[in-house]
Design a protein around this ligand. Structure first.
Ligand SMILES: N[C@@H](CSCCS(N)(=O)=O)C(=O)O
Ligand SMILES: [Mn+2]
Ligand SMILES: [Mn+2]
Ligand SMILES: [Mn+2]
Length: 321
């Protein structure tokens, strides 16, 4: 029998300026329309939906270094950081619905602002750790971790609308799962900082159960800290989740993706989760969009108590004739 004590606060961030493809701003409402709130309540969670942030247009947003649209990204993440901090202070686990992965800047900053040191589990085909000077594309959704990690602070130039942002994560507290499209500069950074990574090679070699065992060994090796799970839907195989901006073949199966969330949930330390990069304009067919959105919902249900073996309420009795 499983009692569900999860209290969940949901914030939507319909934002796309961390990259160049239209449509990812539609993610939050698509995930809600697929029944996220009702399904979380149906499995016993307490849920408060804080709605969507609204983001002002930013005129004249010149590139800084190589980073594109810095003012829009900086402003949006400042708003998101304040919203996530409020949700955490009101006692909920925070669910941030994206929007592109540049939103992890505000989500993790706001989560860290409530004082505690965090562990970050980053589930993604990509490392998203380019600096504004190493990025091959200029898209800030490929850079969020570089702004957040203490050890990279000296490598970040001054950026307009980023002055509020201070790094808040230690490299040793980060674990990556699902990597299969890492730029050479990012690979150097990961090695240089000694960041723990489980690429798809390790997922194949170890199996997802051992990956999760070793992930938890790593993040709990010193002191147990609240977990921030940043889940990029493109970690899943594109056959399952095609509706995303940067799909990469050879991704996680549905079962592996769900196992990650079930395992993180059972630690009892999940404190915030990002679900990002769902883009309905990239799914090809309607089925592709539906499959992607449904996977995003199921992953979030796994974060907050759904298990495949099933469950039943405490007071259930088989009816007598
Ligand atoms: N490494 C590339 C692609 S990053 C893809 C970003 S995401 N958030 O994983 O979709 C870059 O830096 O632009
Ligand atoms: Mn990705
Ligand atoms: Mn990403
Ligand atoms: Mn992507």
């Amino acid at each position: 029998f499983r009692r569900n004590h999860h209290s969940v606060g949901i914030i939507g961030a319909p934002f796309s300026k961390g990259q160049s493809r239209d449509g990812v701003q539609l993610g939050p409402d698509l995930i809600r329309a697929a029944g996220l709130v009702e399904k979380l309540k149906g499995q016993g969670c307490t849920v408060k939906d804080y709605g969507n942030l609204t983001f002002e247009e930013v005129a004249k947003d010149e590139t800084t270094g190589r980073a594109k649209r810095p003012r829009a990204v900086g402003q949006a993440n400042k708003q998101l950081s304040e919203a996530v901090r409020k949700i955490k202070n009101e006692g909920h686990a925070c669910v941030m619905l994206g929007g592109d992965h540049s939103l992890a800047i505000g989500s993790i900053h706001g989560h860290a602002a409530c004082g505690t040191q965090l562990s970050v589990v980053w589930v993604d085909a990509h490392a998203d750790i380019n600096t504004p000077l190493t990025t091959p594309t200029g898209n800030i959704h490929g850079q969020p971790m570089s702004y957040l990690i203490h050890e990279l602070r000296s490598k970040i130039p001054v950026m307009p609308n980023f002055s509020w942002l201070k790094p808040c994560i230690a490299a040793e507290d980060v674990v990556y799962i699902g990597l299969r499209d890492v730029d050479p500069e990012e690979h150097y950074i990961l090695k240089y900082l000694g960041i723990k990574t489980f690429s798809m090679t390790e997922v194949d070699y170890l199996g997802i159960a051992k990956v999760m065992e070793q992930t938890c060994d790593h993040i709990f090796s010193k002191v147990k800290k609240p977990i921030h799970l940043s889940y990029d839907i493109d970690a899943l195989d594109p056959s399952l989740a095609p509706a995303t901006g940067t799909p990469v073949v050879g991704g996680l199966t549905y079962r592996e993706g769900i196992y990650i969330t079930e395992h993180i949930c059972q630690t009892g330390l999940l404190s915030a989760v990002d679900m990002v990069e769902v883009n309905p304009k990239r799914g090809g067919t309607d089925n592709g969009v539906r499959s992607t959105v449904d996977a995003a919902v199921d992953l979030l249900l796994g974060c907050f108590g759904r298990v495949r073996e099933g469950s039943h309420s405490a007071d259930y009795k088989i009816p007598d004739p």
